[in-house]
Design a protein around this ligand. Structure first.
Ligand code: FES
Length: 160
């Protein structure tokens, strides 16, 4: 994941090439914002400003798109991003209980990052493995049929 500093935000060569490729295509702003979020894990303010300059698009328009679509994040996620599925199957099988327990264990509410920057928790829509409900992911790893009392063990795996 790219480094985000307050002073200067460097875009990878790959991201710059993507921006150039999409510069004049329709729907380019959303595609480019997806790529920007893929690189940084969220939409950093410095990144939005740089993009506004590169594309010659008003910053307000960029934020209009970012705030309209729930997919885009304006805050940096934890090093380990935990996503709990709140799709129908997972909700009915106790997804909400997992969220509450994670808040207790980590000491932060949903959509916030722990003080040490290690973990963040978010609720997401169906991630397509409903047979394993309730489902959660930590980074790219999927956990199915999770019970609240298993959460401390799962979290412990990711602590250094
Ligand atoms: S409802 Fe959770 S994976 Fe589909």
């Amino acid at each position: 994941m790219a480094v985000d500093t307050q002073d200067e935000l460097k875009f990878s060569d790959q991201l710059v090439a993507f921006i150039e490729e999409w510069r004049n295509k329709s729907g380019n702003l959303i595609m480019i914002l997806h790529k920007l979020q893929e690189e940084f894990g969220y939409i950093p303010r410095q990144g939005a400003i740089k993009l506004s300059q590169m594309l010659d698009v008003p910053l307000a328009k960029i934020y209009g798109v970012v705030t309209f679509y729930h997919f885009f994040k304006l805050t940096k996620p934890g090093r380990h991003k935990i996503s709990v599925c709140m799709g129908t199957a997972c909700y009915l099988k106790g997804g909400q209980d997992l969220l509450v327990e994670l808040e207790n264990i980590l000491g932060v509410p949903v959509n916030q990052v722990t003080d040490n920057g290690e973990f963040s928790v978010e609720a997401v829509r169906c991630i397509g493995c409903c047979g394993l409900a309730p489902v959660m992911t930590v980074g790219d790893e999927v956990f199915g049929k999770v019970k609240p009392d298993e959460l401390p063990g799962i979290i412990a795996k990711y602590k250094d």
